[in-house]
Design a protein around this ligand. Structure first.
Ligand SMILES: [Zn+2]
Length: 432
């Protein structure tokens, strides 16, 4: 039994809208009300705010290797997709590159307070070692001590091959699990086509069958601008109509982006129990607009937060994107309060992954904790330290990060890996 006590914090954000002071006690990886703390590891959080580890519900970790690539910025999505595909082709997507990009992306995640990343992996070259790629991403997460949700995506893949590959990945990573989550909760497998703009009904059908057989969560991207255009062009219908017909508007489905969504579509999504992921750090630079998060939340749709990938959002810093989400919300409705956006980045994302034990610090929750120092000059004069987490000190990084009761970031440095080595290996692999 290992006990960790985080003590002395200015404020502890325990769960949606619940702020307290006092200790956070983790016993054998789980948050408990109290425990015998003799011999416990004590983390001094004086001058700090304590939150649950953030949950990035929508990332494409492979794109970490393709940030700020010339010829991929300021393009409409129709030109961006082939430009990115050419870059993947030139680099050769294989287990090595998948693992190195995942290492860099997950290290960046932990160092910015994200303890769980959902990696929507969309690039599966003909003849590639799919299971090897999934294993490489999983190994990168295990080495760093991060939680990974590996989403076997598809983007114009052959439907039968995508389903066979998803099946093989489940068998390799989380065989015999009823919900696609490993016993220790560190690894989860899910499935999800890139969207109706990219994949035919057969891919949605076959990946849904794999999900049903193994109890997996399903995810896709919907209603960014091009998705709507292509759906209208190709099928004469909007994406949500298609997804509903295809059985993808349901309680086990999370839809990312949802920029261009009508009032009627919002009520249908809410009635079906769909969850959503907001990704303004991608939607805004891609020119897709701002998802109507206030209206989604008011309709009763749980909304999480994601960064999307390095090809559109060159950072995987979820707290920075929480700040952006708060700022741009005022362009499409009433401004979202900081506390609500923090809920999106924690419990909201976790709920969309079917992981109610993540993203909160109530007794019984997973012991994933971030300690944010708010004693510096950038926080001086802040009246509400929880709101200040987002409003003040953009780009802040946690001092300590704990995942499942294990300290993985200490004094803002990785405990189990060498950051410089991760950086050097990725640059070397992509020849930059
Ligand atoms: Zn995306």
């Amino acid at each position: 039994m290992s006990i960790v006590v985080v003590t002395g914090a200015v404020a502890v954000l325990e769960g949606p809208g619940r702020v307290r002071t006092g200790d956070v006690v983790i016993d054998d990886g789980i948050v408990v009300e109290s425990a015998d703390t003799t011999g416990a590891r004590i983390i001094d959080a004086t001058g700090c705010v304590v939150t649950a580890g953030l949950v990035n519900a929508h990332h494409h970790l492979l794109q970490t290797a393709f940030r700020t690539l010339p010829g991929t910025r300021g393009l409409p999505m129709r030109e961006w997709l082939p430009a990115m595909a050419a870059a993947y082709g030139a680099a050769g997507v294989d287990p090595e590159l998948t693992g190195l990009a995942a290492s860099a992306g997950l290290a960046e995640a932990l160092l910015s307070g994200v303890t769980t990343v959902a990696d929507h992996h969309l690039t599966w070259p003909e003849g590639a070692d799919d299971v090897g790629m999934a294993r490489a991403a999983a190994a990168a997460a295990a080495d760093l001590g991060a939680r990974l949700v590996f989403v076997r995506g598809a983007a114009r893949d052959d439907p039968q091959e995508a389903a066979a590959s998803a099946e093989a990945i489940v068998e390799a990573l989380v065989a015999e699990r009823p919900d696609g989550v490993s016993i220790d909760g560190m690894l989860q497998v899910a499935v999800g086509p890139a969207g109706v703009h990219s994949d035919p009904r057969e891919t949605f059908d076959l990946l849904a069958e794999v999900a049903r057989r193994h109890g997996l969560r399903r995810r896709t991207q919907a209603n960014e601008v091009v998705d709507v255009e292509v759906a209208l062009e190709r099928y004469g219908r909007r994406p949500i109509d298609l997804l509903q017909d295809w059985g993808w508007v349901d309680a086990d489905v999370t839809l990312a982006h949802l920029c261009d969504v009508t009032a009627d579509e919002i009520s249908r999504l809410a009635a079906a129990g769909v969850t959503a992921t907001h990704a303004p750090g991608c939607d805004v630079p891609m020119g897709w607009g701002v998802a109507p998060v206030r209206r989604l939340l008011d309709a009763g749709i749980p909304v999480g937060l994601g960064t999307s990938g390095g090809g559109s959002n060159d950072a995987g810093h979820l707290l920075a994107d929480a700040r952006l989400a708060m700022q741009v919300s005022a362009l499409v409705g009433p401004q979202l309060p900081a506390s609500e956006v923090l809920t999106m980045a924690t419990a909201g994302s976790a709920d969309g992954l079917g992981r109610p034990e993540l993203g909160r610090l109530t007794p019984g929750a997973a012991g994933d904790v971030c300690v944010w120092d708010v004693s510096g000059v950038a926080d001086a004069g802040v009246a509400d330290p929880i709101a200040g987490l987002l409003w003040a000190a953009p780009g802040r990084r946690p001092r300590t990060v704990i995942v499942g009761g294990r300290v993985v970031v200490d004094e803002a440095r990785l405990v189990d890996a060498d950051e410089a080595e991760i950086v050097a290996r990725l640059f070397e692999r992509v020849g930059r």
